[in-house]
Ligand binder design. Structure first.
Ligand SMILES: [Fe+2]
Length: 275
């Protein structure tokens, strides 16, 4: 039986990796220190696998066929695009197949892929928190970028289903689940570069308090108004929230990183019981 030993929600920006000089040293130092803390915590937990929930920025999935969800089940994954290192990470196809089957039993019908590539939504956070890429991953793609989008409640429910899948896996694997994306950011268009720290602080507070009703209360139009088009990525936070039950979250970090175009937050959820 598998076990989730920690959950993290981590904002991403490709420029966090590729253009550190855009943010003044003191500010970027706070961000990198928080990511380093996550790296140390994950190293200490020594998980067997990372389940990483992330999106795509029209680098891998296109309109020939756009899934709401896609679970990777490759032996190995390659990084792709965004001017970050073209990493490779080992997969865990046995766990992937179990997760896919379990999701199907629970009423989710994800696509699956042996060849999906992973852009900075995945390798951005991993660049910092597992820089050696020495822990196998199961990537779970979630549409956070193009309409129509699944509801926030569905993203939360996906997390609950992933937790059930991990708990019912035949191996005794220790799993860290990471959700990548958010918080507020406006990309492209007349408000490019805008952030909303007020929304981000409130979101992290409600995330910490496990206020699921509030967290899932927004329509897509309300997300656009409050958190911008990049704000749809809060779905990946909700999936982590759903996977960790009622455990409170700890807000590790927040800064509105305007030069990197992201309201950047990091939260950690320790499960209520870890064997
Ligand atoms: Fe993104």
């Amino acid at each position: 039986m598998g076990q989730i030993v920690a959950g993290y929600a981590i904002s991403h920006s490709s420029m966090m990796v590729s253009q550190p000089e855009l943010v003044e040293p003191e500010v970027r130092g706070r961000c990198y220190a928080a990511l380093e803390r996550v790296r140390e915590e994950i190293a200490a937990l020594a998980p067997d696998c990372l389940v990483v929930v992330g999106g795509d920025h029209f680098n891998n999935f296109f309109y020939d066929l756009y899934p709401q969800w896609c679970v990777g089940r490759a032996e190995e994954y390659s990084g792709w695009a965004d001017n970050i290192p073209m990493y490779k990470a080992t997969g865990d196809p046995i766990l992937s197949n179990h997760i896919i089957s379990s999701l199907l039993e629970q009423g989710f019908e994800p696509a699956f892929s042996n060849e999906m590539k992973l852009d900075h939504a995945f390798f951005g956070p991993l660049h910092f928190v597992t820089p050696k890429m020495d822990i196998p991953i199961v990537p779970v793609f979630q549409n956070t970028i193009t309409y129509p989008l699944a509801t926030l409640k569905r993203s939360l429910a996906l997390g609950e289903a992933l937790a059930n899948a991990i708990a019912s896996s035949p191996d005794d694997k220790r799993i860290v689940i990471i959700g990548s994306g958010g918080l507020s950011h406006w990309l492209g268009g007349p408000e490019h570069g805008r952030l909303n720290p007020e929304f981000d602080h409130e979101f992290m507070r409600r995330f910490a308090a496990n206020d699921r009703e509030w967290l899932t209360s927004f329509t897509d139009d309300e997300i656009i108004e409050l958190a911008g088009n990049g704000g749809h990525e809060i779905r990946n936070w909700l999936t982590v929230r759903g996977a960790l039950g009622n455990a409170p979250a700890e807000s590790i970090y927040y800064d509105p990183l305007y030069p990197w175009y992201v309201g950047a937050g990091i939260s950690h959820i320790e499960p209520e019981t870890v064997a």
